[in-house]
Ligand binder design. Structure first.
Ligand code: AIR
Length: 211
């Protein structure tokens, strides 16, 4: 699924692996010609599907998580943040997850948001393969309402941190806002947008009228 050339969701693991492989190879060229990355890494037919220089990557364990994680993508979109979204699983595609995380920094990604449900190990496995900040979003699960996902994501051993957000959609939205806050530390205009967002939110609450 592609929206406004800003993000994509990988429906096939083979496709996602292809992107990682191409991008990893491309990262070598990118180190030499960083400003020309999209032109040198991707063919013309691919360019509509892949963001040239995403700042944030959203990864999730299953397409079934997308309904929830769309909130993260939409929030990033609202702030004009270049990002991409992929399906990959700590258990079903462990190599892909490791490769993706290992290549992310050299591709220019600055924050990774990782979502999974149940035995939710994706954020942990991603964090194990990169020193980029990794934000975990536990998905609501049928069996235990997301408590399993929360504990699996949050209880990382000392040394490999995952910044864990709330279960479900609030967590997805806040993961995006957290990523924006990280990016905003070095981007004055983005910091201002974040302050404006907070001010608008406060105004809305203050003006709330009850029947
Ligand atoms: N999952 C996928 N691989 C490992 C895990 N923990 C999670 C997904 C999803 C849940 O399993 O993140 O939340 C159910 O996935 P599915 O594909 O059966 O709908």
């Amino acid at each position: 699924m592609v929206s406004a050339g800003i993000h994509l969701i990988r429906e096939s693991n083979a496709q996602a692996r292809d992107v990682v492989t191409r991008r990893h190879a491309g990262s070598m060229a990118k180190q030499k010609t960083r400003s020309n990355q999209s032109a040198s890494t991707f063919s013309a037919s691919e360019r509509h599907r892949v963001t040239a220089s995403s700042l944030v990557a959203i990864v999730m364990g299953s397409k079934s998580d997308w309904e929830t994680m769309r909130a993260a993508s939409d929030t990033l979109k609202d702030f004009g943040i270049r990002h991409e979204s992929h399906v990959m699983s700590a258990h079903r595609t462990p190599k892909l997850a490791a490769e993706f995380a290992g290549a992310a920094e050299s591709r220019g990604i600055e924050v990774i948001i990782a979502a999974a449900g149940g035995a939710a190990h994706l954020a942990g496995i991603i964090a194990a393969h990169t020193t980029l900040p990794v934000l975990g979003v536990p998905m609501k699960s049928d069996a235990l309402n997301g408590l399993d996902s929360l504990l699996s994501t949050v209880q990382m051993p000392a040394g490999i941190p995952v910044g864990t957000l709330a279960i479900g959609k609030p967590g997805a939205t806040n993961a995006a806002l957290f990523a924006i806050a990280i990016l905003a530390n070095k981007r004055v205009e983005l910091k201002q947008k974040l302050k404006d967002f907070r001010a608008a939110q406060e105004k809305k609450i203050r003006e709330t009228k009850l029947d």
